[in-house]
Structures are given as C-alpha cells and as structure tokens.
Design a protein. Structure first.
Length: 209
C-alpha cells in the first residue's frame, strides 16, 4: 500500500509540478531577470521544507503522505524551466546531444549513486531517517545554485533557429561515442552548398536561375 501511494504521489506531483513550473516561469519571464532559473529556485524553498517534514515527522502516516505530495509538486516545478535554459543555451545542432548527455548524467549522478550513499549513512549510523536527511539537503543545494545562477548569469538567450549552424547531410554521418561529445568536421560535398531553392528547382524539374 505504501509503495502504491508514494507512486501515485510521484505521478501527480510530476504532472502538477511540471505544468505549474512551466506556466509560472513563462508568465514571469517578461518581468524577472532569468525567470527560468529564479522560478525553480524559489519553488525549491517549499519543496525543501516539505521534504524535511516528510522525513522527520513520523507521527501520522497520512500526514506524511500529504507532505510527500506537496514536496513532489513543488520539487518537479524545475523540469520545464531548466529544460528551457538548457536547450536555449545550445545551438540547434547540439540540442539533441545536450539533452542526451543531460539525461545520462542526471541519472548517473542522481538515481544511481544516491541509494548507496543513503544506505551507507544508514548503515554507519544505524538510522535510515538520518540518511534520508540528504534528500532535503540536496534540494536546498539545487535551489541555492539556481538562485545564484539567476543573479549572476546574463539573460537567457532567445532561441534563434535560423541563425544556428546548419546540420550537414545525414547520409555522410558516422555515429560514434566521440561524436556524442565532440563536433565532427563537415564532410558534405560541394553540392550540399547549393542554395535550397536551386536544389528545389533541380528536384522538381524547374529552373532555378
């Protein structure tokens, strides 16, 4: 029963928090400097509080469920704004790569290592509750990092797809682990440099002159 309830809280918190963070950040983007960093930083304050309450108040099971639900709602508000920051900070031809690397490291440095760390603290102290304190501490660190970033960094650049470097012909690509992290030199033929409208004339049998 506990696993089912916590799973439902996570699902609802992810949906509600994701929508709420997106809407608030978008509405405040014209009023606040770096709203897409500042909004999740501010939402992380109540998230940290409710995570701490859910870990430390054990007198009522149902009260803990409420705290967990509220914690997830406020915590997951970071998803949409931080994705906007990531993708708008990258050229168009690097966004897919940036997203893949972000997902990889967020899981490797989060989901993979956090259970062993909490378990190690629990084993060494004899208290799982003490190990779980790491959850709200790291939420506070994340919020503080985003808040400092919103104050020190320049305004988030607007997406400008037309000004971004064009991707070469996919037919010449040779995917590799190296190409995930480093730009491969362009290997397009001279025909690739022909203006798009001339190519259109060639393919459709019309004059491009």
């Amino acid at each position: 029963k506990v696993g089912l309830v916590l799973g439902a809280c996570t699902m609802i918190g992810g949906i509600v928090g994701g929508i709420m963070g997106s809407e608030v950040a978008q509405n405040m983007s014209s009023r606040w400097h770096n709203a897409y960093l500042r909004v999740p930083a501010l939402f992380m304050i109540p998230a940290t509080i409710f995570i701490a309450l859910s870990v430390n108040i054990t007198s009522s099971q149902y009260l803990s469920y409420i705290f967990v639900m509220l914690a997830w709602i406020f915590f997951f508000t970071y998803m949409a704004p931080l994705n906007v920051v990531m993708y708008n900070s990258m050229p168009v031809h690097l966004r897919a790569r940036a997203g893949a690397i972000c997902v990889l490291f967020s899981h490797v440095l989060g989901d993979v290592i956090s259970p062993p760390i909490v378990g190690a603290i629990s084993d060494s102290t004899g208290s799982l509750q003490l190990g779980m304190q790491l959850c709200w501490v790291m939420a506070a660190v994340a919020g503080l990092s985003w808040g400092i970033g919103s104050l020190l960094l320049h305004d988030l650049p607007q997406a400008a797809d037309d000004a971004s470097p064009k991707v070469g012909d996919a037919g010449h690509a040779s995917p590799s682990l190296r190409s995930l992290f480093f730009d491969a030199p362009s290997s397009g033929s001279a025909e690739d440099a022909v203006a798009p409208e001339k190519k259109a004339g060639k393919f459709y049998g019309t004059s491009a002159a």
